[in-house]
Design a protein around this ligand. Structure first.
Ligand code: NAP
Length: 346
């Protein structure tokens, strides 16, 4: 048997219980990981809020690190005892708020040597999302003026690192208050004079403030990692032939269309990237999932070479319903700096 935190109902304030479940058995293409640390992501509380529907009773958690503890008969890339990090998303036996998880080997990579298990656990989801937003479509060019809304969050820190891999890129961002600005300056590396404090400002005041900073120039690339009115700000501030990426799909009954002739994307010849970390996992063809293996391996290599650095990480506690509730409350408030992680098997 294994311990796991189960969600029993759609509710943001209750319904989490620590239970004993049978240890899952790997299928032929899967590995079983003894989880050492589990990362937290906003999608975890969004599932609890019922935003995506689906099964009520389940173990949440989309990323982890640990030790491979069993392998299926067709597994080629891993052996029992390998230290790994993984993306237990859609196709896993259960989420990573558990002592064990089985998942396809294509969603697993060897843990970079220099990283602790806690640091490695928070890499997969945010880094792959940031990689998709910035690299896979070459959205950011040398010398570009770039706006990252949400640069202090889990995804934003990696978007910043990937964007800065281009030459002479000037990054601008938004901070709620002076403390957030200090984090962006000291931990992310964005210049103070390129950070606008948005707290208390209207949408049009934010746009004016940003235009003041760039001396009237629009941005070559904008990354919306916040949604809502911030998405409008980013889209509106993207220059002709520029690039706009968002990680926030629209959930409402009448989502805005991006296609009309009169829209900003068409009117300005923009490339628009609606980033979806789980896209290939919706396919039932296991061959389609190999993209994750390639991208996780590449990210592990960048971390190993220190070309990519782990984020500022806070350990919230050890495996318990209270730890999960605390992490979800922090993420729901939208104020997390860097990433949150939970120790599981220590
Ligand atoms: N589509 C996908 O495949 C995918 C994948 C991963 C994540 N996501 C989504 O992408 C979003 C970002 O994820 P994350 O893990 O980076 O979230 P996160 O860690 O919770 O982001 C928190 C950061 O957002 C900033 N923020 C909050 N409200 C803001 C506002 N109005 N304007 C500017 N910045 C603001 C906060 O800075 P301040 O305190 O300064 O406000 C904080 O540093 C989440 O909504 C997540 O669900 C989508």
């Amino acid at each position: 048997m294994m311990k796991a935190v189960v969600m029993k109902e759609f509710s943001l304030s209750k319904g989490l219980v620590l239970v004993e479940l049978p240890v899952p058995k790997p299928q032929s293409w899967e590995v079983r990981i003894a989880v050492i640390a589990s990362g937290f992501n906003p999608i975890d509380w969004k599932i609890r809020a019922g935003k995506f529907g689906g099964k009520t009773e389940r173990v949440l958690g989309c990323e982890c690190s640990g030790i491979v503890n069993a392998v299926g008969t067709d597994v080629k890339s891993f052996c029992v005892g390998d230290a790994v990090f993984a993306l237990p998303f859609h196709r896993s036996s259960n989420g990573s708020y558990a002592e064990f998880v089985c998942l396809p080997e294509t969603l697993v990579a060897k843990k970079p040597g220099g990283l602790s298990f806690e640091q490695a656990a928070v890499i997969p989801l945010a880094t792959l999302t940031a990689y998709r937003a910035t690299r896979s479509v070459s959205s950011c060019i040398d010398g570009a003026n770039v706006l990252i809304a949400g640069a202090g969050g889990g995804v934003g820190g990696f978007v910043h690192q990937f964007v800065k891999m281009q030459k002479d890129v000037s990054v601008y961002s938004l901070a709620r208050d002076a403390a957030s600005r200090q984090f962006l300056e000291e931990k992310i590396g964005i210049q103070r004079e390129r950070i606008l404090i948005y707290g208390g400002l209207s949408e049009s005041e934010i746009k004016q403030g940003l235009m003041g900073m760039t001396r009237g120039a629009l941005f070559d690339a904008t990354y919306d990692l916040v949604g809502g009115t911030t998405k409008n700000v980013c889209l509106d501030m993207t220059n002709y032939s520029g690039h706009f990426a968002t990680t926030l799909p629209e959930h409402g009954p009448n989502p805005p269309a991006v296609w009309p002739y009169s829209s900003i994307p068409f009117g300005r010849n923009l490339s628009v990237h609606l980033v979806n970390i789980g896209a290939e996992l919706d396919s039932d063809s296991r061959a389609t999932w190999t993209v994750y293996q390639k991208q996780l391996k590449l990210i592990a290599e960048l971390l190993e070479k220190k070309s990519l650095l782990p984020p500022h990480t806070t350990i919230v506690g050890s495996l318990s319903a209270d730890t999960v509730q605390k992490a979800h409350d922090l993420l729901h408030a939208g104020r997390v700096k860097g990433k949150l992680v939970m120790s599981v098997n220590v």
